[in-house]
Design a protein around this ligand. Structure first.
Ligand SMILES: Cc1cc2nc3c(=O)[nH]c(=O)nc-3n(C[C@H](O)[C@H](O)[C@H](O)COP(=O)(O)OP(=O)(O)OC[C@H]3O[C@@H](n4cnc5c(N)ncnc54)[C@H](O)[C@@H]3O)c2cc1C
Length: 341
């Protein structure tokens, strides 16, 4: 296990914001995990896990604690049962799946980050999410110091959530993920934006490889490449409504989508209605074509991001009565033993 001191969180995350972390430990093998937690608990340090840092934001005060950098590697494909170490790059696995004719993750192409984080927030895009192919995860359980297997039924997957970012946040270190993949292709109709692209460009190949190409092209147009422009992807979640709330929202003329995953209003609609698309607010650029993405263009730190967030959420609340929820996880500097907030 490699260990470092006083590392800028901004250098570990794609939003590129955040002061120094006192300790950073690189987890390269399973045996490093209990050792790292033992070290953290000996000093009552808060611990945070970072993979690719594409859904994590640091604060200016940094962290008087420990960041565990997940660097576990390895991948096997046993007739469609993929067992993938948590430190593998998600999109490399998606590429392998598509090249080999497996369906289930093609719409999740080009999502930045590592495999260990994928089930944490149940990554999703264009009508698929990882829960659709998830079989199990091998995890280190910090409550018992044992390695256990969590099955799909244990995970309580929902929209951008699982037990790992809700009821049991911070308890498990994902070592590997097993996905059950099938040969085949996605059924149409696809998401509206995907159907529109197909119509505009006359696409005819809907094999996993073909859909990956379509999704890659759509994402290239709409979303910033984290290597070039700092962001954490969608900064705000969509708004999900129960049936009564959905009815009330429709009465007010808000566009409610009733889909397989529930009733939702795309939060991008609120952003558009408030004229935020393309605006620069306290150094944060609202991405013009996908306005839920905030790009750190010239923010001087977390305080600027927080001001931009407050401007956006309070304007939307005043106009529509909904508080948008933040998607990325924040590293919060609390001396709280073993906790990950
Ligand atoms: C340009 C851009 C586009 C994006 N598009 C999408 C999208 O379409 N759909 C989508 O769902 N997301 C999207 N995201 C968000 C992000 O890519 C995903 O959330 C991804 O899974 C993050 O992976 P990561 O390794 O970088 O996670 P990190 O930011 O490193 O970690 C995210 C969370 O997972 C936890 N975690 C990480 N590894 C482990 C582990 N081994 N064990 C336990 N917990 C762990 C962390 O503690 C943290 O709470 C986008 C981000 C960017 C920058």
């Amino acid at each position: 296990m490699k260990s470092y001191e006083n590392i800028f969180i901004s250098s570990l995350t794609t939003m590129r914001i955040g002061g120094t972390a006192r300790h950073v430990l690189e987890i390269e093998s399973e045996k490093d995990i209990p050792e790292a937690y033992k070290f953290a608990s000996a000093y009552w340090y808060p611990t945070y896990i970072i993979g690719g840092g594409a859904n994590t934001i640091g604060r200016d005060e940094g962290l008087d604690g420990v960041i565990l950098l997940n660097r576990l590697r390895g991948f096997t494909d046993n007739n469609g049962e993929f067992t993938i170490a948590a430190g593998e790059n998600w999109d490399v696995i998606v590429d392998y799946a598509c090249e080999n004719g497996y369906t289930g993750v093609e719409a999740l192409s080009r999502i930045p980050g590592l495999v260990g984080a994928a089930p944490v927030q149940n990554i999703g895009a264009y009508g698929q999410d990882v829960s659709g192919v998830f079989k199990s995860a091998r995890v280190f359980d910090t409550a018992t110091n044992n390695i256990i297997t969590l099955e799909k039924k244990d995970m309580q997957f929902g929209y951008r959530k699982s037990i790992m970012n809700t009821t049991m946040k911070g308890r498990f270190f994902v070592i590997s993920v097993t996905l059950e993949m099938k040969k085949g292709q996605m059924e149409r109709p696809f998401y509206n934006s995907v159907e529109k692209f197909i119509e505009d460009y006359g696409c005819t190949d809907f094999s996993p490889k073909g859909v990956r190409q379509i999704i890659s092209a759509i994402r290239k147009d709409k979303l910033p490449d984290p290597r070039e422009r700092a962001s954490a992807g969608s900064f705000f979640k969509n708004v999900y409504l129960d049936p009564l709330e959905a009815e009330k929202a429709e009465e007010k003329g808000y566009p409610v989508h009733r889909g397989r995953d529930g009733n939702k209003i795309n939060s991008a609609w609120f952003m558009e209605q408030c004229g935020f698309n393309g605006q620069l607010i306290n150094g944060m650029r609202v991405n013009p074509l996908a306005p839920l993405v905030l790009i750190n263009e010239s923010a001087r730190g977390y305080a600027d991001l927080a001001k931009a967030r407050a401007t956006i959420t309070s304007t939307i609340y005043d106009k529509f009565g909904y508080w948008l929820e933040q998607e990325p996880v924040e590293i919060i500097n609390t001396k709280n033993r073993g906790a990950q907030l």
